[in-house]
Design a binder for this molecule. Structure first.
Ligand SMILES: [Fe+2]
Ligand SMILES: [Fe+2]
Length: 190
């Protein structure tokens, strides 16, 4: 079984854990979603990992296209209309690298997806990523030595700290108990 499929079944992207973590993160950032399609997006945005032979490499990095095309097919606006690519971009740009490659901005889904990493218990993340082995790919990066000399737990904690820094650089704040506060400016991001 490919690593992407494993991740969806019982790894970090587990189909019944990741969407719930994402919902919690979304509520913290924006309040309860009022559009039912947002809930659907939580379930389908990472399904493109199915059958992928890596998580962050040439195969896995394109995983958002599946969910983007799916949502666009059903909910995309008519060609020429301002909302034509709304759902497509919302889904595709949950990936910071794909947003950057297109000269776009990360979508609201991206911020929730990243906050979901920060708010989950480290022990659970280490467990899930270890069950599938995906943590070894994450820790070595693309042939690099991102997590060299670190334990799995230390690496996850560092990833969370790096993401907190990213949120701060994007205009978000964290309070004393480490909960995120979305500033007025940040909360309007699309
Ligand atoms: Fe993703
Ligand atoms: Fe995700």
């Amino acid at each position: 079984m490919n690593i992407g499929t494993k991740s969806l079944l019982y790894g970090y992207h587990c189909f019944f854990i990741h969407p719930l973590a994402l919902l919690c993160a979304w509520v913290k950032l924006y309040g309860w979603p009022r559009d039912w399609r947002i809930y659907l997006a939580f379930f389908v945005h990472d399904l493109g990992y199915w059958g992928k032979s890596d998580m962050d490499g040439e195969s896995g990095k394109n995983h958002p296209y599946f969910g983007a095309r799916l949502m666009h097919t059903f909910f995309g606006g008519l060609p020429g209309q301002p909302d034509h690519r709304e759902w497509y971009n919302f889904m595709l740009y949950h990936s910071r690298s794909l947003a950057k490659a297109d000269g776009g901005k990360p979508s609201k889904l991206c911020y929730a997806d990243k906050l979901a990493i920060i708010i989950q218990p480290t022990w659970l993340q280490v467990l899930l990523m270890s069950l599938t082995g995906e943590i070894y790919e994450y820790m070595t990066g693309r042939g690099g030595t991102v997590g060299a000399g670190m334990t799995k737990r230390q690496w996850v904690e560092k990833m969370k700290a790096d993401l907190r820094e990213w949120f701060i650089s994007e205009g978000y704040e964290f309070n004393a108990s480490n909960s995120i506060i979305s500033t007025a400016e940040a909360a309007t991001k699309n």
